[in-house]
Design a protein around this ligand. Structure first.
Ligand SMILES: [Fe+2]
Ligand SMILES: [Fe+2]
Length: 308
């Protein structure tokens, strides 16, 4: 796992000003879905960061401590920082995010998620901790589980991102069609790291609690609409579209989301040799080929603008 830097030129061509063009991919609705997802990623990265404080309290210096968990959280903190400017820009005409007791940046449309998801878990951990519980806190267990589920979902999203937009030479077409290479780069960088650390939270949960994460029951639960992302991506995308003055329907958004039943199978673990080699392939491609190509195109774009 590496801590990659987002070069400042990426933000330069992102045009977080009146020139901002949201069509970072050839498909307008898919572009909006990506920007909606940007808010969810940031929101859950802060949630992960909050839970990592309890990880430090409960797991550090026990036999379960895993250095990779700290690296995973460091990657997430950097992701949140990288998305913050973009997210703030898109909502600038409206209210800035509010600081809540257990989350520093809650946009209005994420407030229900804060209340139904974050607050009960973290308040619960606090109550459990006051009773002297650590790893045996049922709320801490729920928190680690929710992170592992979320991370699996993001990992699946990363697979479809690279498969549909970058792999097998598709990137050339996407770069030519993209009207915002900065946003395209941001997602490439983010999803590469998501794949890279996908296994960490799953293994953390499985090792500490001695059970598999993706049991039949958990997969059923996920398929029966209890996944963390789908409904929230729809809400966030509607919000983004309104902010950007774009017209989009729930049907159009839902059509862009990957089919859930193709995603997680019973026993899913990102360290499974087949999954692992796919992850390795995409991350390697990002570092050695796609990232340098995208960066070169961004430099070309900057030069072109200077001449114009
Ligand atoms: Fe992330
Ligand atoms: Fe992640």
């Amino acid at each position: 796992m590496k801590l990659r830097m987002v070069p400042k030129e990426v933000f330069e061509v992102m045009d977080l000003n009146g020139q901002f063009n949201y069509h970072w991919s050839p498909d307008a609705v898919f572009s909006l879905v990506g920007l909606g997802t940007s808010y969810l990623l940031e929101f859950f990265e802060f949630y992960g960061d909050a839970i990592s404080k309890y990880y430090d309290r409960f797991v550090k210096n026990t036999a379960f401590e895993d250095d990779r968990f700290h690296t995973f959280i460091s990657q997430e903190r950097r992701h949140a920082a990288a998305h913050k400017m973009l997210n703030l820009f898109m909502t600038k005409k409206y209210l800035p995010p509010a600081r809540e007791k257990y989350h520093p940046r809650v946009y209005d449309f994420m407030y229900p998620t804060y209340k139904e998801f974050v607050e009960p878990i973290i308040a619960g951990i606090e109550e459990d901790a006051a009773k002297g519980m650590t790893l045996d806190s049922p709320h801490f267990r729920e928190a680690l589980k929710s992170i592992a589920i979320f991370e699996t979902e993001v990992c699946m999203a990363a697979f479809s991102f690279f498969e549909n937009l970058f792999d097998k030479g598709k990137i050339t077409h996407i770069i030519n069609q993209s009207q915002n290479l900065g946003v395209l780069y941001l997602f490439g960088y983010h999803y590469a790291e998501e794949m890279e650390h996908c296994h960490v939270s799953i293994e953390t949960y499985e090792t500490i609690y001695g059970e598999k994460l993706w049991t039949q029951k958990e997969v059923d639960n996920y398929l029966n609409n209890a996944d963390i992302l789908t409904r929230r991506i729809i809400n966030a995308t509607l919000f983004v579209a309104r902010e950007l003055g774009a017209e989009v329907s729930v049907r159009q958004i839902a059509f862009r989301l990957p089919a859930k039943n193709r995603m997680v199978a019973v026993g899913f673990n990102a360290n499974d040799p087949q999954i692992n080699s796919r992850i390795h392939y995409f991350v390697e491609k990002w570092d050695s080929e796609w990232e340098p190509l995208l960066r070169a195109k961004i430099h070309e774009e900057i030069k072109r603008r200077q001449v114009a």
